[in-house]
Design a protein around this ligand. Structure first.
Ligand code: HDD
Length: 707
């Protein structure tokens, strides 16, 4: 056996302590031997500076049992680098998941903008899209009740364009001045360091109760939008009004929308809670598996276009980010699509180091005066300086533009470029190839009329004063089921708030949103009397309802992109399994086999069907619908197995279709399931597929009491 250099050295110079016997670690082999064992054509491992390494198992020791030598530059380099592997996580949106893909324009907006990415139909622009939760840290779970970030970096031929949005079209606050307060209030409380990743605590609701402008977004946050089934099934919104500017310098306001091809789909709250235990990485894994399987998620890109004159007629101020423009008022125009088709090679290098900034826009796109957007234009560049450690973060491959770029910015920490020549200033006359500004091609800021609406000051426009009308419109536009979910979500969250006056103040505000909602929440909290409504700066108006804001009606009745769990055990009928699998896969879903043992089950024809998941570690929460094909003997046996009983009980409680074979009846009974239209024999694959395309909303009153 080859010995490490340290052992060889000791052997050359024997000490009183016998030391030539290799330690268990050195027995694992080193250097060339490991190289051979692993097979393949491995490059020789080196230090960062290219010095070949002979032994990556043992540090350099003075004697085999003596101290480690400071001289060991290989050990020192390795440990030092490791000690500095982490960078500060994002202040918000720390937990994220991203993928590469492309954007393709299908309809030109040449009438409205000069931006090539919005005028060159058919051109594919590379994108890097990162989804995130907001409140939790980088290591938190994927399925808390939380807003999802939806940030798209388009590497256009005229520079990077970042649409840094959320899956909700409005925001909690109107002015960037309040952002640090909002974030402090929602993140874990500073003295106790919890709760992680959730808004159900006193400080968040205290802030809400004192800032009625949050009410509209609070209604969205309490809706099922914040407990999505999959990142592939969420909408994205640019939130603010931006401008498009055409060749004549004319501006048109625009709102950006991403619409998932698979339709929007959410979980139910009990399911989201249980998913946190079942799989912390549920959304990340789902996106990874879909892309790896070639089921590339896709979104339509749509715009709402309107003029200054149109805006003047809206019964709200579109510069106020707590307001949305109902699509019944300004229709959506689909002009492109985004496909995510490549998983990042390296999480840290790409997903962690990507730096978005709403100020990154190509010529032909410009900003509005939304005061929240104006603050963001500053904040993102600033945060990257401490997060990524200096002014050269744009050179990190995921952040670098894919079009040519030239300027006179020089030096700084981690400079990767080696500019040539003596000219690093402009104007200059010493070199012929230095970059110059171009009036013709350069970014032209929209030449806005000077404001004539009052004097300079720290003010909030009066047109921002109505905090309740759109909250009311959103709530009342929802289906009955969604309204019940929202009322229950508010009751759940406020039940976690220990301070009574905060609970009361929030219910007081709800009276302005919808008196019946306030009463339902008060009842759900066990209040004897309805707390008084606070004075409203502007009396809420009844706006026309917007059914387009619902989820349930707009859920696509499809199995595309969905996943069905099939429970089998020894003795399951091989033919039935194959027939069921084929039918469900043909309908577009993935089928995953679940069995008590990961090695799978021995079918009745003697073949072995490997499992994708072991029953105890693969609860039904991770599936859209479930089925079982079991022998009566195994069904009876599993009816005494909590994991199997919960599998069915939870699927029933989460309103999923259940294809329970006759052999599973003992488990179904143990789970207390009263069969309904969503429970059938998996032999009837047609009925199963029809039921699995949606949730069994009629079942809900039977399984839980909603507020
Ligand atoms: Fe923000 C990150 C979305 C208001 C300051 N924000 C961040 C991300 C998203 C959003 C998706 C994560 C980007 C990524 O994946 O890396 N933020 C929004 C939306 C807002 C919003 C839709 C309102 C419409 N944000 C907002 C305000 C400020 C910030 C008003 C500050 C004045 N946001 C930040 C930040 C972050 C950030 C602190 C943290 C990490 C980062 O920027 O890169 O600068």
């Amino acid at each position: 056996m080859a010995k490490s250099p340290a052992i060889r050295k000791t052997a050359d110079k024997p000490r009183s302590t016998p030391s030539t016997t290799p330690s268990p670690d050195t027995q694992r082999g080193n250097g060339d031997e490991l190289q051979q064992q692993a097979g393949g054509d491995h490059p020789v491992m080196t230090t960062q500076l290219g010095i070949p390494i002979a032994d990556n198992q043992n540090s350099l020791r003075d004697t085999p049992r003596g101290p480690t030598l400071l001289e060991d530059f290989i050990l020192r380099e390795k440990i030092t680098h490791f000690d500095h592997e982490r960078i500060p996580e994002r202040i918000v949106h720390a937990r994220g998941t991203a993928a590469h893909g492309y954007f393709e324009l299908t309809e030109s907006l040449a009438e409205f903008t000069t931006a090539r990415v919005l005028t060159e139909v058919g051109v594919q622009t590379p994108v890097f899209t990162r989804f995130s939760t907001v409140a939790g840290g980088a290591g938190s779970v994927d399925t808390p009740r939380d807003v999802r970030g939806f940030a798209v970096k388009l590497y256009t031929q005229e520079g990077n364009w970042d649409i840094v949005g959320n899956n909700i079209p409005v925001f909690f606050i109107q002015d960037a001045m309040k952002f640090p307060d909002l974030v402090h209030a929602v993140k874990m409380e500073p003295d106790r360091g919890y709760p992680q990743a959730g808004s159900a605590h006193d400080t968040f609701w205290d802030f809400v109760s004192l800032m009625p402008e949050t009410l509209h977004m609070v209604m969205w946050a309490m809706s099922d939008r914040t407990i999505p089934r999959s990142l592939r099934m969420i909408e994205g919104f640019g939130v603010h009004s931006f401008r498009l500017v055409n060749a004549e310098g004319k501006s048109t306001f625009v709102k950006f929308h991403w619409r998932p091809k698979l339709g929007i789909q959410s979980t139910v709250w009990d399911e989201a809670v249980k998913l946190q235990a079942a799989d912390n990485d549920y959304h990340r894994r789902d996106l990874f598996e879909a892309i790896e399987a070639g089921n590339y998620p896709e979104w339509d890109f749509a715009v709402q276009l309107f003029t200054e004159e149109d805006a003047a007629k809206f019964p709200f101020d579109h510069l106020d980010a707590t307001k949305l423009i109902p699509e019944e008022l300004v229709p959506l125009r689909t002009i492109g699509r985004m496909v995510l088709n490549r998983w990042p090679d390296n999480f840290f290098a790409e997903t962690e180091q990507v730096a978005y900034c709403p100020a990154n826009v190509p010529p032909g796109v410009d900003f509005s005066n939304d005061p929240l957007l104006q603050g963001r234009l500053f904040s993102y560049l600033d945060t990257q300086l401490s997060r990524l450690g200096g002014p050269n973060f744009a050179q990190i491959p995921v952040n670098a533009p894919k079009c040519p770029f030239h300027n006179m910015q020089r030096d700084g920490h981690m400079q990767m470029q080696v500019p040539k020549g003596r000219v690093n200033y402009e104007p200059s006359s010493l070199q012929g190839d230095t970059p110059r500004a171009s009036l013709a091609q350069g970014f032209k800021h929209f030449a806005e009329r000077p404001a004539d609406d009052g004097a300079k000051g720290r003010v909030r426009a009066e047109s921002f004063a109505d905090h309740y009308s759109q909250a009311r419109m959103f709530f009342r536009s929802q289906s009955e089921v969604e309204q019940a979910h929202m009322a229950s979500a508010i009751v759940f969250e406020l039940s976690k708030v220990a301070t009574v006056h905060v609970r009361e103040a929030v219910v007081g505000h709800l009276q302005h949103v919808d008196a019946a909602l306030a009463q339902r929440v008060a009842d759900g909290l066990g209040m004897d009397a309805l707390p008084p409504a606070p004075a409203a700066a502007v009396q809420p108006q009844d706006m026309p309802l917007s059914p387009a804001l619902r989820i349930i009606d707009r859920m696509k009745p499809t199995l595309e992109g969905r996943c069905v769990g099939l429970l089998v055990d020894d003795g399951s009928n091989a033919k039935s399994v194959a027939t069921f699998k084929k039918a469900v896969e043909k309908a577009g879903a993935t089928v995953k086999i679940v069995a008590p043992k990961v090695g799978g089950a021995k079918m009745d024809d003697g073949s072995r069907l490997p499992a994708d998941g072991q029953l105890a570690g693969t609860p039904s929460t991770v599936f859209d619908a479930v089925a079982s094909i079991l022998s009566t003997e195994m069904g009876n046996k599993l009816s005494r197995e909590a994991a199997a009983v919960d599998w069915f009980r939870d699927a029933f409680g989460h309103l999923k279709a259940i294809g329970a074979c006759p052999g599973s009846q003992a488990i179904v009974q143990a789970a207390g399931i009263e069969p309904d239209a969503g429970v059938m024999d998996p032999k009837d694959s047609k009925a199963f597929i029809a039921a699995a395309q949606t949730r069994q909303w009629d079942r809900e009153p039977k399984v839980r009491t909603l507020a």
